[in-house]
Design a protein around this ligand. Structure first.
Ligand code: ADP
Length: 190
């Protein structure tokens, strides 16, 4: 069993590469963003609450996110490993993840950090907004999300560095080349 956090700013390619990792290594992909978007599409109360934060580029409150995350982990005791995408995003979430995994004797093996500069992120997200119509991919909201990332999420790099879990992959270039680099890192941990 291998458990990975895929880490990086909005637009770094976490979702794209998570799907490929899931297929190749037969792991379960947990994207908190996707889970909230599903709940929004179904118009559940939790989805509606999450939407009010997401549309403004704010983080959904830790309490809600952690609840959702723990329930997915608990409902899937027999998987071959998890890939956490978009979670944790705050130190508090990282601590809760550590606690939850420890309780269940699940190791966190690797934090795979995708490194992409700000200019490239903004270009990608603006393009994604035009292509997909995602309501938080507008110029103003994108800038805010990147700021939120820098303030609240980037400190996690230090948190995981202390645990010696970070491996960085350069996230610009062809998707196949980046994925090949990611696989090299993962293969070292199998
Ligand atoms: P991106 O990485 O491109 O920002 P996501 O789909 O991961 O896209 O997240 C979209 C939005 O969902 C975030 O801006 C935030 O509002 C909410 N969200 C997702 N995951 C979390 C989380 N772990 N904590 C708080 N909010 C989250």
């Amino acid at each position: 069993m291998l458990n990975i956090v895929i880490f990086g700013p909005p637009g770094a390619g976490k979702g794209t590469h998570s799907i490929r990792i899931t297929e190749k290594y037969k792991m379960m992909h947990i994207s908190t963003g996707d889970i909230f978007r599903e709940k929004i599409a179904k118009q559940t109360p939790l989805g509606m609450e999450a939407k009010s934060y997401m549309d403004q580029g704010q983080l959904v409150p830790d309490e809600l996110v952690v609840k959702v995350l723990v329930s997915v982990v608990e409902r899937n005791p027999d998987v071959n490993g998890f890939i956490f995408d978009g979670f944790p995003r705050t130190i508090n979430q990282a601590q809760k993840l550590d606690e939850t995994l420890k309780e269940k004797n699940i190791p966190l093996d690797l934090v795979l950090s995708l490194d992409v500069n700000k200019e490239e992120l903004i270009n990608r997200l603006v393009k994604r907004g035009i292509d997909s119509g995602r309501s938080d991919d507008t110029f103003e909201v994108i800038n805010h999300r990147i700021q939120v990332y820098e303030n609240q999420t980037q400190p996690l790099l230090e948190y995981y560095q202390k645990q010696n879990k970070i491996e960085t992959v350069h996230g610009i270039g062809s998707i196949d080349d980046i994925f090949a680099d990611i696989c090299k890192v993962i293969d070292k941990h199998i």
